[in-house]
Ligand binder design. Structure first.
Ligand SMILES: Cc1cc2nc3c(=O)[nH]c(=O)nc-3n(C[C@H](O)[C@H](O)[C@H](O)COP(=O)(O)OP(=O)(O)OC[C@H]3O[C@@H](n4cnc5c(N)ncnc54)[C@H](O)[C@@H]3O)c2cc1C
Length: 485
């Protein structure tokens, strides 16, 4: 198995005799695993004239997750949420004694899917045998002097049968694209003349499982797309829906006045449980008026191709299901056996200088972990806010090490509050307790404007900011694109 000393640029220097690559550079080798909020931000801020930085990630771009819900319904363009970067591979294993990482290339989405599964199931390989073959698809090893683990988390499905197979997750730009395609497909299917009114209603039911900020924000964006754009693009569906409404017993059900409907399901007693109670009630009331049903204390027992099985309701058909119920540890983190993990979430426990440690509390000073795949002793929420604060701290710390300046004080999370979009130009901002600066909360259009401005400001590159403003303006003036291309 070849060993690359300095990542991609030195691959061609690999010696056939021993499969090892050495680089003349005397810079420290800084290897970053993951190109998400945490990894990407460290890469941007670390002094690259003093570190040789190699980023390893299965996706060749940075996904700005707060804009994914918008991308899934076409409010903004996919290019707005991605930013170019490096070395397309999965980290598979790490040897902390030898300071090496084993990587497997992740080129193309099929390979990425296959690799992800293989990493969990197969521990015995020295060659990759993918369904689709590309040159250079061999495992290789990269040396590091300093390692940053920022591989994020997956989506938890709590072992519910069929959840992974039959629902859409919203984690990557690929996911957003698939969701958008499926929504449009549902409308095309519903427009076929051979469908019964009931079949039409079923295919136009959009289910969202998970009433946290991500699920709620997606439901808000979906509402805008359904009522603002698709209703106009498919006027024929409205009378059909009304016919259906008349044909069912519950004529007063508010959902039956709309040609399609969406529902948020959650096991909790309400949506947005992490927000102030007044704000979660505001959100629930707003959704009700918008025609988005909220079904709390719903226990999903099974997910089938076209329906949910719910303990309280029986079978509930859907055209599309988006699953958003919290975090599951990344398989790479699962594969690490010799480090201390959080008992509940199984992510890596870290010190307040973001270093990992063994079960015996022996700290690895050259290995850092941050973002969703890490847990501080004094817990910080697994959000982009935490990940970017940690990234900023770590870049400062790494720069101080090579510049010989004073290291920053230990990391401390500063809560700037939570916000989420509810659809219909309305957002909520929660700064009600435990926040840096003035406390308070905000709802409505002003909150929406602040929500948009914050994400525009945080969009990392000027190119993305211009692209976002352009797409938001287009959407506002002319509506979203309703074609699948
Ligand atoms: C739809 C959505 C909306 C959100 N909105 C907000 C919001 O408004 N505000 C907020 O604060 N937070 C938000 N979050 C949460 C936020 O996105 C996460 O907390 C944040 O992304 C965590 O950053 P991270 O770098 O730890 O992980 P991620 O951003 O998930 O990045 C992980 C990276 O690691 C890569 N990777 C995975 N496995 C491997 C491997 N084996 N080897 C190498 N690389 C690997 C992934 O491809 C990815 O590039 C949202 C999340 C989602 C899904």
């Amino acid at each position: 198995m070849p060993t690359l000393r300095n990542g991609k640029s030195t691959a061609t220097e690999s010696s056939a005799a021993n499969g090892h690559t050495k680089h003349a550079s005397d810079k420290e080798q800084l290897v970053i695993l993951g190109s998400g909020w945490a990894g990407y931000a460290v890469m941007q801020k670390v002094d690259r004239s003093r570190y040789h930085v190699t980023m390893i990630s299965p996706v060749e771009y940075f996904v700005f997750t707060p804009l994914l819900s918008g991308a899934a319904v076409g409010t903004n363009d996919f290019n707005s949420v991605v930013e170019p970067e490096y070395h397309q591979a999965y980290a598979r294993k790490v040897d902390f004694k030898r300071k090496t990482i084993e990587c497997s290339p992740a080129i193309g989405s099929e390979i990425r899917k296959q690799e992800l599964n293989r990493r969990i199931d197969d521990d015995s390989d020295d060659a990759i045998k993918p369904a689709v073959s590309y040159p250079g698809q061999k495992l290789y090893t990269i040396d590091y002097d300093k390692l940053i683990i920022a591989v994020g988390c997956g989506t938890a499905t709590f072992g519910i049968e069929g959840a992974e197979a039959h629902s859409f997750m919203l984690k990557t730009a690929d996911d957003a694209q698939k969701i958008r395609t499926r929504i449009l497909e549902c409308f095309e299917i519903a427009s076929q003349p051979t469908l019964t009114a009931k079949e039409r209603r079923d295919i136009l039911h959009f289910a969202v499982v998970g009433g946290g900020p991500t699920g709620v924000e997606f439901a808000g964006e979906l509402h805008d797309f359904l009522t603002g754009d698709l209703e106009k693009a498919y006027p024929s569906l409205r009378p059909l829906a009304q016919m259906y409404a008349e044909s069912v017993a519950h004529k007063t059900d508010w959902r039956l006045t709309l040609p399609f409907y969406s529902t948020i399901y959650d096991v909790a007693p309400g949506v947005l449980q992490g927000f102030d109670k007044s704000l979660s009630e505001f959100a629930a009331e707003k959704f009700k008026r918008q025609g988005v049903a909220i079904k709390c204390e719903s226990h999903i027992t099974r997910v089938c191709e076209d329906h949910l099985e719910i303990e309280e309701e029986g079978d509930v058909p859907f055209g599309m299901l988006v699953w958003n119920t919290g975090l599951a540890a990344n398989p790479f983190i699962d594969s690490i056996k010799d480090l201390k993990k959080d008992e509940k979430t199984h992510v890596l426990r870290i010190t307040n200088r973001l270093n990992v440690m063994t079960e015996k509390d022996e700290v690895y000073g050259d290995v850092f972990c941050l973002g969703d795949c890490s847990a501080l002793e004094k817990k910080a929420p697994p959000t982009g806010q935490t990940a970017s604060q940690q990234a900023e701290w770590l870049a400062k710390n790494l720069n101080a090490l090579v510049h010989g300046s004073a290291p920053p004080k230990p990391f401390k999370f500063r809560n700037h509050g939570n916000m989420t979009y509810l659809g219909d130009f309305t957002a909520i901002i929660d700064r009600s307790s435990d926040v840096e600066g003035p406390e308070g909360s905000l709802t409505g259009k002003t909150a929406w404007l602040l929500w948009r401005s914050a994400y525009l400001y945080k969009s990392l590159s000027f190119r993305n900011q211009v692209s976002l403003v352009y797409h938001w303006l287009c959407t506002w003036i002319a509506g979203r694109r309703v074609s699948r291309f």
